[in-house]
Every structure is written in C-alpha cells, then in structure tokens.
Ligand binder design. Sequence first.
Ligand code: NDP
Length: 450
Amino acid sequence: MMVPDQTLDLDEFMQGLIKRNPGEIEFHQAVEEVAANVIPFINKHPKYIKNRILERMTEPDRTIIFRVCWEDDEGNVRTNRGYRIQFNNSIGPYKGGLRFHHSVNLSILKFLGFEQTFKNSLTTLPMGSGKGGADFNPKGKSEREIMRFCQAFMTELSKHIGENVDVPAGDIGVGAREISYMFGQYKRLKNEFTGTLTGKALEFGGSLIRKEATGYGCAYFMEEMLKNQGDSIEGKNCIVSGSGNVAQFCAQKIMHLGGNVLTLSDSSGFIHDPDGLNEEKLDYIIDLKTNRRGRISEFAEKFKCKFHKDKRPWSIKADLAFPCATQNELELPDAKLLIKNGCRAVAEGANMPTTKDAIDAFHKAKIIFSPGKASNAGGVSVSGLEMTQNSIRLSWQREELEERLKTIMHDIHQQCVNYGTEKDHVDYIKGANIAGFVKVAEAMVAYGVI
Ligand code: NDP
C-alpha cells in the first residue's frame, strides 16, 4: 500500500490502471495522456498524493449498463446495449453527450467521460462529467425506428438523470432530432418540464448557437493560439476532417474569420475543393449530412471537385488542420505529411482524434497543437449556458451567447497559457490537463474521503 508522502510514478500508475480496466485501450490512452502531465505536478503538491486524487479521478462515480429493446419496422424485436458513465460530479451535475454508433463500448465511453472531467472544468462553468450512449447504428434506420429506439433508451436512462443530477447532450449520431425524441419521452415519464437534456430545439428550451458552438469554439480557439503568436486565420488554407455537426460549423467560422476550407470528409473518404468552401457549398453539406444523411461523394459530383475514396484529408497541403470527425483519425504518418507540407497549427474539434505518436511528432516539429478538451469545449460551454437559461426560464439572444462563447474560449486559452507555458512555446496539452485537474482536485480535497 502506498504511504501518503510517496511520489507517484507514471509507469506504476498506468500498470495499476490497466490491471483494473483490462482491454480498455481508449481509456488507457486518454488517462496516460493526462497522467503524463499531471503526475509531475501532483508530485509537487503532497495533498493530492495524500488524498489519492488521481486514483479517485480515474474511477467513475458510477457506471450504468442496460438493455434497450425496441421493435423495427418489420416487427422484429431488436436489442442494443445502453450506457451512462457518471464520471465525476465534484464541481456540478454530471454533464456530457450521448453517442449512438455501432462502435460504442465501455472503453470509448470511459475515455470520453474522463476527458469530459477536464474539459468541463476548463469551461469555468459548474459542470461535472459524464458520457453515455448505445451501440445502436442510426444509419439506414427509418424515422420511426429512430424514435422508438430513443424512447426505449430514455425509458431506462430517465431513472438515472435529472436537471440537478445528470444532464446529457448529443454527440456522434445524436443530434437535435434524437434529443427531441428523448426529451419528449423524459417529459412523458416524469410529468415535468425541466432542462434535463441540452441541445434541445429552440421551441422547448434550447439555446441559440448550441449547434454551432463546438465548431465555432474550435475556430475561435485556433484564432487565440495564432493571436498569441501575432498571427490569425485570415488568408490561411485549412484542412477540416468530418462533415458532421462539429466539422460543418468549424468550417463556417473559419470562413467568417477569412480562412479557406479545402477539405471535408466522412467515413467513406474526403473531398478536396481547391477553390475552397463558400456559404452555398456549406449549405449543401449541412443539408446533405444533417437532413438527407447522404455520402460526402455527392458533394464532389455536385461541385465538380475530387473525391478520395477511403482516404483521410491529411495529405493536402495547408497551413492549419482541424480534425473534427472521430477518435484516432490522425496517426503518425498523417502527422508527418502535415509537417512536411508546412502545416503550422492543429486544433482538435473531435475528441482524441490524434494518436499519441502523432502528437509527439507535432511537438518535436514545434507545431502549435491544442487537445480537444480545450479546443472543442465550446459545445459543452453553450450546453452549460442552456442549463442556466432553463433554470432561470429565460433565453438569451444570439449575439449575447456568441459573445459569451468567445469569452469562454479566450479564458480556456488563457488557462492553458498559465499552466502550459514553456521556455519557447505553450504546451497546450499540459496547460489544459493541469488547469482542468486543479479545480476538480481542490473540490475533492475539500469534500474529504467520499
Ligand atoms: P456527427 O455524428 O455529427 O459527425 C461525425 C462525423 O465524423 C461524420 O462526418 C462521420 O462520417 C465522421 N466519422 C464518424 N466515424 C468515423 C470514422 N470511423 N472514420 C471517419 N469518419 C468518421 O458527430 P459530431 O460532429 O457531433 O462529433 C464529431 C466529434 O466531435 C466526435 O469526436 C465528438 O465526440 C466530438 N465532439 C462533439 C461535440 C458536439 O457538440 N457535437 C462536442 C465536443 C466534441 P459519416 O457521416 O460517414 O458517419
């Protein structure tokens, strides 16, 4: 057993974590990235060792796994597995998205829930961390099937959430449509109208700019990082991956800030448009991916540009990169290509899209790099503002919300600078990890052993 005044060792800590959570590779990856920065810091602050804060922070408060039974259009009974990981509520109610994707498993949701602890702490708002979802694949399902699945999922989830307990939102495969079905079911079961989900439609308590918030926030964060170097997005060529919620609005804000978006992608490949996107092309993408749920290759046919089947966009020459699709989509060979082609900065819009060896290559090449927990925190921040609006039963104007979002992204950047400034650069991963850690750790120390 560890004695209180011992120091923590990264390898030993990780061995213990891997033993306790066998096979959960994404979770191990996320914890190791944080622990590598936080352990040297903890070793200088004995109260965190004495209270075993990192050990406690890597163990979710609660993991709920449940069966979701629903009926498809042919009358067949279908079964999926639903999850909610209530990770840490030291600084506010559990808060984090729901993901519906065939790849969903415990490891992926624990990595996302763990990351959320640091992200939500960085937002400056009172939000704890959680994540959930199901291994349900919405692709190819009818509108009614989606509705029945969402209702079945919420029938169980509703027992575990509440406006002061746990407030889920969307993520991959869960947009405004799914949130609406789930909110409707929650309201029916509980006979109450409370802001228990965020990302709702405007008519029933949703917030303006929630759908734009993650992508906008990511572009704002890149602008802050470049400003710190006396530069800006204006005139820069940009690669964006993904074409879902985050990618669409990241691309839009890049355009507003004067950048040129050359690529978008989905799970079937990427499009390269050397002329860059404009509002008309972006409207087409939003309709294609959000309403018609089509493939990105249709964009290439419509606007006569190149579609690269089964490829990712990192081979295209550009100044800035924004990975906005999914985890582990930017690997070492991709990082090498970006570096070779003169890329100067990378801002993660997705959660953990960059592998560790790719991040190491960026650091070595002095590429400015921000982790998702900092640069994609705009989404959960506006969700936090939606919770506030629901509590006070008011809704703020678009301009006010966008101003608040900009301020939050600025403040997150500043926290990264405060904790991550090295001799000749800012280590944004270190800055975000330590700043996110301190707030939650202080609360946990204050509560004693619970
Ligand atoms: P969407 O479901 O709207 O879009 C996801 C996009 O990623 C789609 O273009 C999808 O392609 C693509 N994609 C999914 N899986 C893969 C894969 N294995 N390989 C290549 N492309 C893939 O999700 P969001 O935009 O909401 O989320 C994107 C990322 O951002 C996720 O990591 C999410 O956790 C993170 N995030 C989202 C927030 C939000 O507010 N929505 C907040 C913070 C982080 P296809 O259409 O072919 O499936």
